[in-house]
Design a protein around this ligand. Structure first.
Ligand code: GDP
Length: 200
């Protein structure tokens, strides 16, 4: 409960402070519109603070949120590059090389997937690109679970799990997290999972 209170106390840390930070980091990625900003707001129970930048250059878009003195959540830009511009892919490749693949304090990457759709082409493209450069493990989180019936959710869970096992060696496939920012379902588990990954 103490940790959760600390999460609520999170402050957006300035980038220069973060550069030398020894706090463990958690990166959050996902397709645009997957519900990432809403999830970040719900996670920290502080509305209207997650989306801090409008549309700057892709590589400048890392936003760092200090969660008490336990860890830092790093909000990555939304991707969506099936059939998209080549320069977006190049920028993302750099972001993976410069941050996701190499950051020592990065403990885990959380990949948000819409529970209504499962892995889409853009997700697979992104995960393939990430896997080519980074050996960091990632945890999948199904979002917007309130929009899916329990049987459909169970089906999507299994399909996604199989696809991850088959094609993405860096995926953590024992368990896929399921959340709804609207109902709050799964959010405590997600918080605890993050704390655990950060050795707390
Ligand atoms: P982002 O682009 O990944 O940051 O996505 P947003 O957080 O902006 O959410 C995209 C849309 O999905 C918005 O209209 C949100 O209100 C909606 N949304 C986000 N989370 C949930 C959720 O848990 N349940 C439902 N039903 N809608 C959600």
């Amino acid at each position: 409960a103490d940790e959760i209170q600390k999460l609520r106390d999170r402050k957006r840390a300035k980038e220069h402070e973060i550069k030398d930070s020894t706090l463990p980091e958690i990166a959050i990625v996902g397709r645009s519109n997957v519900g990432k900003s809403t999830m970040l707001n719900t996670l920290t129970e502080s509305p209207n603070t997650a989306r801090v930048s409008s549309k700057p250059g892709l590589t400048r878009q890392l936003n760092f949120y200090r969660c008490g003195d336990k860890f830092v959540v790093v909000d990555m830009p939304g991707y969506g590059f099936a059939f998209a511009k080549e320069e977006d892919k190049t920028a993302w490749k750099e972001l993976i090389e410069d941050y996701l693949g190499t950051r020592k304090s990065l403990k885990r990457i959380y990949v948000m997937i819409d529970a209504r759709h499962g892995l889409k082409v853009a997700d697979k493209e992104f995960l393939t690109m990430m896997g080519a450069t980074s050996s960091k493990k990632f945890q999948v989180v199904l979002t917007k679970c309130d929009l899916v019936s329990p049987p459909d959710l169970a089906r999507t869970y299994m399909v996604v799990q199989e696809e991850l096992k088959k094609s993405f060696r860096n995926a953590m496939t024992d368990r896929i997290l399921m959340v709804s920012s609207y109902t709050g379902a799964g959010m405590n588990t997600l918080r605890k999972d993050m704390l655990f990954e950060c050795g707390q």
